[in-house]
Ligand binder design. Sequence first.
Ligand code: SAH
Length: 215
Amino acid sequence: MNDDLRHQGMRKKLATGLKIKGIRNEKVLQAIEQVPRHLFMESSFINFAYKDQAFPIGAGQTISQPYTVAFQTQLLQVSKNDKILEVGTGSGYQAAVLLEMGAKVFTIERQKELYQKAQSFLPEIGYHPACFFGDGYKGLPHFAPFDRILVTAGAPSVPEDLKYQLKIDGRLVVPVGTEKRQEMTVIIRISENEFKTEKHGGFVFVPLLKGTVNS
Ligand code: SAH
Protein backbone atom coordinates (compact mmCIF):
# COMPACT_ATOMS: atom_id res chain seq x y z
CA MET A 1 0.00 0.00 0.00
CA ASN A 2 1.26 3.36 -0.99
CA ASP A 3 2.57 5.80 1.61
CA ASP A 4 4.99 8.15 -0.07
CA LEU A 5 6.87 11.36 0.76
CA ARG A 6 3.91 13.45 -0.32
CA HIS A 7 1.63 11.72 2.23
CA GLN A 8 4.31 12.06 4.91
CA GLY A 9 4.64 15.77 4.18
CA MET A 10 0.86 16.21 4.44
CA ARG A 11 0.87 14.45 7.81
CA LYS A 12 3.62 16.71 9.10
CA LYS A 13 1.49 19.70 8.13
CA LEU A 14 -1.55 18.14 9.81
CA ALA A 15 0.42 17.62 13.05
CA THR A 16 1.68 21.23 12.93
CA GLY A 17 -1.92 22.40 12.45
CA LEU A 18 -3.08 20.36 15.46
CA LYS A 19 -0.31 21.89 17.57
CA ILE A 20 -1.54 25.36 16.62
CA LYS A 21 -5.08 24.29 17.61
CA GLY A 22 -3.80 23.42 21.10
CA ILE A 23 -2.59 19.79 21.06
CA ARG A 24 0.58 19.96 23.16
CA ASN A 25 1.46 16.33 23.83
CA GLU A 26 4.45 15.57 21.56
CA LYS A 27 3.87 11.81 21.65
CA VAL A 28 0.34 12.31 20.36
CA LEU A 29 1.56 14.59 17.57
CA GLN A 30 4.30 12.11 16.65
CA ALA A 31 1.76 9.28 16.44
CA ILE A 32 -0.49 11.38 14.15
CA GLU A 33 2.59 12.00 12.01
CA GLN A 34 3.25 8.26 11.75
CA VAL A 35 -0.16 6.72 11.02
CA PRO A 36 -1.08 6.73 7.28
CA ARG A 37 -4.64 8.05 7.67
CA HIS A 38 -5.26 7.99 3.90
CA LEU A 39 -5.15 4.19 3.94
CA PHE A 40 -8.12 4.08 6.37
CA MET A 41 -10.45 5.91 4.00
CA GLU A 42 -12.46 5.05 0.92
CA SER A 43 -10.27 5.75 -2.10
CA SER A 44 -12.50 8.58 -3.32
CA PHE A 45 -11.71 10.52 -0.16
CA ILE A 46 -7.95 10.12 -0.29
CA ASN A 47 -7.40 13.77 -1.11
CA PHE A 48 -9.19 14.73 2.10
CA ALA A 49 -7.26 12.37 4.36
CA TYR A 50 -4.99 15.02 5.83
CA LYS A 51 -7.55 17.76 6.25
CA ASP A 52 -8.72 18.21 9.81
CA GLN A 53 -12.17 16.78 9.06
CA ALA A 54 -14.28 13.71 9.83
CA PHE A 55 -15.19 11.41 6.88
CA PRO A 56 -17.59 8.56 6.08
CA ILE A 57 -16.14 5.04 6.41
CA GLY A 58 -19.25 3.06 5.41
CA ALA A 59 -22.07 1.53 7.49
CA GLY A 60 -23.24 5.06 8.30
CA GLN A 61 -20.15 5.73 10.44
CA THR A 62 -17.27 8.20 10.30
CA ILE A 63 -13.56 8.29 10.96
CA SER A 64 -13.22 11.00 13.64
CA GLN A 65 -11.67 14.37 12.84
CA PRO A 66 -7.88 14.31 13.54
CA TYR A 67 -8.27 17.08 16.13
CA THR A 68 -10.82 14.98 18.01
CA VAL A 69 -8.58 11.89 17.85
CA ALA A 70 -5.64 13.95 19.14
CA PHE A 71 -7.74 15.65 21.86
CA GLN A 72 -9.13 12.36 23.20
CA THR A 73 -5.71 10.69 23.04
CA GLN A 74 -4.12 13.59 24.90
CA LEU A 75 -6.78 13.39 27.65
CA LEU A 76 -6.14 9.66 27.95
CA GLN A 77 -2.50 10.31 29.06
CA VAL A 78 -1.10 7.19 27.40
CA SER A 79 2.11 5.55 28.66
CA LYS A 80 4.04 2.85 26.85
CA ASN A 81 2.64 -0.66 27.58
CA ASP A 82 -0.67 0.69 28.90
CA LYS A 83 -3.50 -1.77 28.41
CA ILE A 84 -6.22 0.19 26.63
CA LEU A 85 -9.81 -0.61 25.69
CA GLU A 86 -11.25 1.35 22.77
CA VAL A 87 -15.03 1.26 22.27
CA GLY A 88 -15.96 1.91 18.61
CA THR A 89 -13.21 0.50 16.35
CA GLY A 90 -14.73 2.10 13.23
CA SER A 91 -11.94 2.41 10.65
CA GLY A 92 -9.26 1.36 13.15
CA TYR A 93 -7.42 4.69 12.86
CA GLN A 94 -7.67 5.60 16.55
CA ALA A 95 -6.49 2.10 17.50
CA ALA A 96 -3.45 2.57 15.23
CA VAL A 97 -2.64 5.90 16.94
CA LEU A 98 -2.69 4.19 20.36
CA LEU A 99 -0.55 1.30 19.10
CA GLU A 100 1.92 3.79 17.65
CA MET A 101 2.29 5.17 21.20
CA GLY A 102 3.32 1.73 22.48
CA ALA A 103 -0.01 0.73 24.08
CA LYS A 104 -1.59 -2.73 24.05
CA VAL A 105 -4.95 -2.17 22.42
CA PHE A 106 -8.24 -4.06 22.78
CA THR A 107 -10.89 -2.61 20.49
CA ILE A 108 -14.58 -3.47 20.17
CA GLU A 109 -17.07 -2.67 17.40
CA ARG A 110 -20.84 -3.37 17.25
CA GLN A 111 -21.12 -3.42 13.42
CA LYS A 112 -19.86 -6.69 11.96
CA GLU A 113 -18.91 -5.15 8.61
CA LEU A 114 -16.61 -2.59 10.25
CA TYR A 115 -15.18 -5.10 12.72
CA GLN A 116 -14.26 -7.49 9.88
CA LYS A 117 -12.74 -4.74 7.78
CA ALA A 118 -10.56 -3.38 10.60
CA GLN A 119 -9.54 -6.83 11.79
CA SER A 120 -8.16 -7.81 8.39
CA PHE A 121 -6.81 -4.39 7.37
CA LEU A 122 -4.85 -3.30 10.47
CA PRO A 123 -2.34 -6.21 10.44
CA GLU A 124 -1.73 -5.57 6.71
CA ILE A 125 -0.18 -2.23 7.62
CA GLY A 126 1.62 -3.48 10.71
CA TYR A 127 -0.86 -2.74 13.52
CA HIS A 128 -1.93 -5.57 15.82
CA PRO A 129 -4.72 -4.74 18.23
CA ALA A 130 -7.03 -7.41 19.66
CA CYS A 131 -10.30 -6.83 17.74
CA PHE A 132 -13.68 -7.83 19.15
CA PHE A 133 -17.20 -7.88 17.72
CA GLY A 134 -19.74 -6.96 20.40
CA ASP A 135 -21.53 -4.29 22.40
CA GLY A 136 -18.92 -2.00 23.92
CA TYR A 137 -21.41 -0.71 26.50
CA LYS A 138 -20.51 -3.82 28.43
CA GLY A 139 -16.76 -3.45 27.85
CA LEU A 140 -14.63 -6.59 27.92
CA PRO A 141 -15.06 -8.03 31.44
CA HIS A 142 -12.82 -11.04 30.69
CA PHE A 143 -9.88 -8.79 29.82
CA ALA A 144 -10.42 -6.12 32.50
CA PRO A 145 -9.00 -4.21 34.30
CA PHE A 146 -7.64 -1.62 31.88
CA ASP A 147 -5.25 1.31 32.45
CA ARG A 148 -7.26 3.40 30.03
CA ILE A 149 -10.65 3.19 28.31
CA LEU A 150 -11.57 5.35 25.34
CA VAL A 151 -15.10 5.63 23.95
CA THR A 152 -15.21 7.07 20.41
CA ALA A 153 -19.00 7.44 20.15
CA GLY A 154 -21.36 9.76 22.03
CA ALA A 155 -23.00 8.18 25.10
CA PRO A 156 -26.24 9.44 26.73
CA SER A 157 -24.61 8.83 30.15
CA VAL A 158 -21.34 7.35 31.45
CA PRO A 159 -21.52 3.55 30.88
CA GLU A 160 -21.30 2.12 34.42
CA ASP A 161 -19.74 -1.20 33.38
CA LEU A 162 -16.79 0.64 31.84
CA LYS A 163 -16.05 2.60 35.05
CA TYR A 164 -15.63 -0.66 36.95
CA GLN A 165 -13.28 -2.10 34.29
CA LEU A 166 -10.69 0.60 35.10
CA LYS A 167 -7.65 -0.06 37.28
CA ILE A 168 -7.29 2.24 40.30
CA ASP A 169 -5.83 5.50 38.89
CA GLY A 170 -7.16 4.46 35.47
CA ARG A 171 -8.81 6.98 33.15
CA LEU A 172 -11.98 6.67 31.05
CA VAL A 173 -12.47 9.24 28.28
CA VAL A 174 -16.05 9.37 26.98
CA PRO A 175 -18.18 11.99 25.19
CA VAL A 176 -21.46 12.29 27.15
CA GLY A 177 -24.62 14.13 26.13
CA THR A 178 -27.49 14.28 23.64
CA GLU A 179 -27.35 13.13 19.98
CA LYS A 180 -26.58 16.71 18.96
CA ARG A 181 -23.77 17.59 21.38
CA GLN A 182 -21.63 15.79 23.91
CA GLU A 183 -19.32 16.99 26.66
CA MET A 184 -15.88 15.38 26.63
CA THR A 185 -15.77 13.67 30.00
CA VAL A 186 -12.84 12.11 31.86
CA ILE A 187 -13.56 9.71 34.73
CA ILE A 188 -10.63 8.82 36.99
CA ARG A 189 -10.97 5.85 39.32
CA ILE A 190 -9.38 7.03 42.56
CA SER A 191 -10.29 4.00 44.70
CA GLU A 192 -12.47 0.89 44.52
CA ASN A 193 -15.68 2.95 44.70
CA GLU A 194 -14.58 6.56 44.20
CA PHE A 195 -14.41 8.34 40.87
CA LYS A 196 -13.43 11.87 39.91
CA THR A 197 -15.08 13.57 36.90
CA GLU A 198 -13.58 16.24 34.64
CA LYS A 199 -15.30 18.04 31.73
CA HIS A 200 -13.42 19.22 28.67
CA GLY A 201 -15.78 20.99 26.29
CA GLY A 202 -18.30 20.18 23.57
CA PHE A 203 -17.97 17.75 20.63
CA VAL A 204 -20.24 15.93 18.18
CA PHE A 205 -19.86 12.15 17.76
CA VAL A 206 -21.98 9.45 16.14
CA PRO A 207 -24.10 7.80 18.87
CA LEU A 208 -23.05 4.93 21.11
CA LEU A 209 -25.78 2.34 20.48
CA LYS A 210 -26.78 -0.82 22.31
CA GLY A 211 -26.62 -4.31 20.79
CA THR A 212 -24.87 -5.46 17.61
CA VAL A 213 -25.48 -5.30 13.84
CA ASN A 214 -24.73 -8.57 12.06
CA SER A 215 -24.36 -7.62 8.40
N1 SAH B 1 -12.52 5.15 16.54
C1 SAH B 1 -13.09 5.19 15.21
C2 SAH B 1 -14.25 6.17 15.13
C3 SAH B 1 -15.47 5.43 14.82
S1 SAH B 1 -17.02 6.26 14.95
C4 SAH B 1 -12.04 5.49 14.15
O1 SAH B 1 -10.90 5.78 14.51
O2 SAH B 1 -12.35 5.40 12.95
C5 SAH B 1 -17.73 5.34 16.30
C6 SAH B 1 -17.87 3.85 16.12
O3 SAH B 1 -18.48 3.34 17.32
C7 SAH B 1 -18.76 3.39 14.97
O4 SAH B 1 -18.03 2.52 14.16
C8 SAH B 1 -19.92 2.68 15.67
O5 SAH B 1 -20.42 1.56 14.94
C9 SAH B 1 -19.27 2.24 16.96
N2 SAH B 1 -20.17 1.96 18.09
C10 SAH B 1 -21.31 2.64 18.44
N3 SAH B 1 -21.84 2.07 19.55
C11 SAH B 1 -21.05 1.03 19.90
C12 SAH B 1 -21.10 0.04 20.94
N4 SAH B 1 -22.06 0.00 21.84
N5 SAH B 1 -20.10 -0.87 20.99
C13 SAH B 1 -19.09 -0.88 20.07
N6 SAH B 1 -19.01 0.02 19.06
C14 SAH B 1 -19.97 0.96 18.97
